[in-house]
Design a protein around this ligand. Structure first.
Ligand code: SP5
Ligand code: ZN
Length: 371
């Protein structure tokens, strides 16, 4: 790896509150299983980046209203209050349900065109904004969800202030969360919040490059009709049977004024560095053509060969090369942590990606005045 100890200069934005979310597993096909989105993920990443010498900055607290930049207030209110409702409703004490898990979902098929009326019972209401059974909520979840969003917004502010790169160690991840729905271990869309904050800070065009192993259906949904925020993703082909199953196909190119500003590059299971990097390079060509003035990198490292959640076979050197391609594009890069679940190698993969961004951007770590 090209970054030796003491050499990673990209600021790492972090909040201890990100450890408070303990999903307690996931309900998959009707059975509760040990989940892979665990607090130890963040601890492993933080350790690797600290060991490499990276400066660690606290996430700045933002207003609830700042979360409405990309999310409906109803979703935000729901996430902030549903655990208290669940506890007060006796689902823990009387029914032994220690996490929020919905059982009825107001899908288009159920509603038949009528609006979703918020259910009176908490056990009905828990499905209102949720689209799967794998994204549980517990006592500390909201504090972590909010802290992850704070970290992403802080990382965006660092590059808006002139830093060439920043990294938010967000947990829980965010790219599966849409304007008014959550799932896929994601609750609020950290990367979308960062992208929108960069627009509001003056970048005329922003690009989100998503290299998590899964399609970021939430980020795509948020920006699908917009020409000002490009979304490009390389991921394992949902058409080959992979989450999120319903989105992430190549034909999804954006809608209305956003037509052409969305790109999906689905890859066959088993794809390794060569195929994956060719796709990343294609996204980079898109970003140049789009004219982005700031870049948000949704960095999931679950495309790693050893990762339990994806069949892609990317090496740490592959992530290093991807970081380099993206760093070399020129605009400043706010890197947002998404997935990545293989605890023994997770930290090294994130470090590799950031080292790549840094080596593509020689000015990383210099004070803003030198920009
Ligand atoms: C942010 C992110 O990477 N979210 C990915 C969520 C994908 N989860 C898919 C889970 C599919 C079921 N897991 C199987 C576990 C079998 N024990
Ligand atoms: Zn993923």
């Amino acid at each position: 790896m090209s970054v030796e100890a003491g050499e990673l200069r990209i600021p790492v934005v972090w909040s201890q509150d990100c450890l408070l979310h303990e999903p307690g597993g996931e309900v998959w096909l009707g059975l509760r299983e040990a989940g892979t989105e665990v607090p130890e993920r963040a601890e492993a990443i933080l350790r690797a980046l600290r060991d490499a010498g990276a400066p660690v900055l606290p996430a700045r607290r933002h207003e609830i209203a700042d979360l409405h930049a990309v999310h409906h207030p109803g979703l935000v209110r729901h996430l902030a209050s549903i655990w208290a409702d669940w506890e007060a409703g006796g689902y823990v004490s009387e029914h032994g349900r220690d996490r929020v898990v919905p059982y009825v979902f107001p899908t288009a098929a159920m509603l038949a065109g009528l609006p979703a009326r918020p259910p009176a019972a908490a056990h009905g209401r828990v499905g209102l904004y949720c689209y799967d059974t794998m994204t549980l909520i517990g006592p500390g979840s909201w504090q972590a969800i909010r802290a992850a969003a704070d970290a992403a917004l802080t990382a965006a502010e660092l590059i808006a202030a002139g830093r060439p790169a920043s990294y938010a160690l967000c947990r829980p991840p965010g790219h599966h969360a849409g304007p008014d729905g959550y799932g896929g271990s994601c609750y609020l869309n950290n990367a979308a919040l960062a992208a929108q904050a960069l627009r509001q800070a003056g970048a005329g065009r922003v690009a989100v490059i998503d290299i998590d192993a899964h399609h970021g259906n939430g980020t795509q949904a948020i920006f699908y009709a917009r020409p000002d925020v490009y979304y490009g993703s390389v991921h394992v082909d949902p058409g080959a049977g992979w989450f999120p199953h319903y989105m992430g196909f190549a034909a999804e190119r954006g809608s209305g004024p956003g037509t052409g500003a969305n790109r999906n590059l689905p890859l066959a299971p088993g794809t390794g560095d060569n195929g994956w990097l060719a796709a990343v390079a294609q996204l980079c060509r898109d970003v140049r053509r789009h004219g982005a003035e700031a870049i948000v990198l949704s960095l999931g490292v679950d495309a790693a060969a050893a990762d339990p959640e994806s069949p892609l076979q990317v090496t740490a050197d592959g992530y290093l090369a991807a970081g380099e391609l993206i760093g070399r594009l020129g605009p400043p890069v706010a890197v947002i942590q998404e997935g990545g679940y293989h605890l023994p190698t997770l930290g090294q993969y994130v470090l590799a990606a950031l080292a790549g961004v840094q080596s593509g951007r020689p000015a990383v770590g210099q004070p803003p005045a030198s920009q």
